[in-house]
Design a protein around this ligand. Structure first.
Ligand SMILES: *[C@@H]1O[C@H](CO)[C@@H](O)[C@H](O)[C@H]1NC(C)=O
Ligand SMILES: *[C@@H]1O[C@H](CO)[C@@H](O)[C@H](O)[C@H]1NC(C)=O
Ligand SMILES: *[C@@H]1O[C@H](CO)[C@@H](O)[C@H](O)[C@H]1NC(C)=O
Ligand SMILES: *[C@@H]1O[C@H](CO)[C@@H](O)[C@H](O)[C@H]1NC(C)=O
Length: 357
């Protein structure tokens, strides 16, 4: 029996803040670019890579995106089987992490005759609007350093809100958080303000999601920044008030990712996120629904999203997914585990839940 590995990658954000981190993933994958020169006629070579862009970004297409992605992968497998005249004992194994982790499991579920098994890492199998448990896990992660760390983050954010209310405070915020545009011009713009706070929260979320992940890819530059390092700053009284410590965390992240100033402008973010070019760097509740509508069109409102979410959960079974030969892998520190399978529910589909630190 020969095994063929199908690796499903998802290239999303390159860096943290919405430019750097947007509850998303890092471009190039955590393992970096595949080496080798593509799937060629000699399949006996150990490592062969082939790039197939899954182009399911057409917002006017009524079909759900993942269904199109799975159909594309199935077509790819069939095409390769036929092009290379592979015998029936050649088995395909799908690998994926994050959204592609869900795709890998769903691919085995939907096309069991084509895919022998899957490794599904950090896959959010339950579709959910406004996934607030994400920040609950981030809070737990901070608390695992110390209660002081978590409360300093909360106090720092509260102090930033107070500073926003008057002019001297606003100028202070411009300076300590190195804002690209003066915040006083955005005081009436709730989307800009939400985006600023989301970005500051993103500094912690981004580090929590990738804490000590051993990444070796293109985006390894911030990889040595851990929860412990952020919490050591947040609990260091020498730096000053908690809002100063938040700014020190922000400085650390911005310097690591070569950001000159913090761009919190909602419109700039939306314009960049609308860019669906393969080379582009980006492919609370209403704030996120608003983003969907602004990026993909007014049709993507709350009721549309709720219908699509329900449909996804019906199609694949969410956390009650019935599937065999799939291994579900998650980490305790990664916020996405809250939407995934962390306990083995059936023998043919074991869960491995890795205790992070
Ligand atoms: C992380 O590594 C970079 C490059 O090696 C180094 O300049 C930086 O000081 C390190 N940061 C921390 C927090 O250790
Ligand atoms: C606290 O911050 C000060 C000023 O940045 C620094 O000199 C000191 O080493 C820090 N203390 C700890 C325990 O990290
Ligand atoms: C989208 O991003 C790519 C790559 O950064 C860039 O070349 C292109 O001009 C952008 N398109 C628009 C419409 O901004
Ligand atoms: C969403 O848009 C549809 C029309 O596309 C409309 O019928 C519906 O009431 C809207 N729902 C919300 C929550 O705005």
């Amino acid at each position: 029996m020969r095994l063929l590995l199908l690796c499903v990658f998802c290239f999303v954000n390159e860096v943290y803040s919405w430019r750097i981190f947007h509850n998303g993933r890092i471009i190039g994958g955590n393992l970096g670019e595949p080496k080798g020169d593509g799937l060629q006629t000699n399949l006996n070579n150990y490592e062969r890579w082939f790039t197939q862009n899954l182009d399911h970004f057409n917002p006017v297409d009524e079909r759900t995106w993942q269904q199109q992605a799975l159909a594309d992968l199935a077509t790819f497998i069939e095409a390769m089987n036929s092009q290379y005249e592979m015998s029936v004992d050649v088995k395909w194994i799908a690998f994926g992490g994050s959204y592609p982790g869900s795709l890998a499991a769903w691919l085995r579920q939907k096309y069991p005759h084509l895919v022998h098994g899957s490794m599904s890492a950090s896959g959010p199998l339950l579709a959910k609007l406004d996934f607030q448990d994400y920040f609950k896990v981030v809070s737990d992660d901070l608390r695992s350093h110390s209660d002081d760390c978590l409360s300093a983050v909360k106090q720092g954010s509260a102090q930033a809100e107070v500073l926003l209310r008057h002019m001297v405070g606003q100028r202070n915020l411009n300076k300590i958080f190195r804002l690209c545009d003066p915040i006083e011009n955005s005081i009436e713009n709730t989307l800009d303000i939400s985006n600023l706070f989301e970005t500051l929260a993103g500094n912690f979320a981004g580090v929590a999601q990738y804490n000590k992940d051993n990444r070796i890819g293109k985006s390894s530059k911030g990889a040595n920044i851990t929860i412990d390092i952020l919490c050591d700053i947040m609990t260091n009284q020498t730096i000053g008030a908690q809002v100063r410590r938040l700014a020190a965390v922000n400085d650390l992240i911005m310097n690591a990712y070569d950001q000159k100033c913090l761009d919190y402008k909602y419109n700039t973010m939306i314009n960049e996120m609308k860019n669906i070019s393969w080379d582009s760097t980006v492919a609370e509740g209403d704030f996120f629904v608003q983003q969907c509508m602004d990026i993909f069109g007014p049709k993507y409102n709350m009721s549309f999203l709720n219908r699509a979410i329900e449909r996804t959960n019906t199609l694949y079974g969410a956390l009650d997914i019935e599937v065999s030969n799939v291994v579900f892998v998650h980490g305790t520190v990664d916020p996405w585990h809250a939407l995934g399978i962390t306990k083995t529910i059936s023998q043919g589909a074991p869960a491995i839940y890795i205790k992070g630190e």
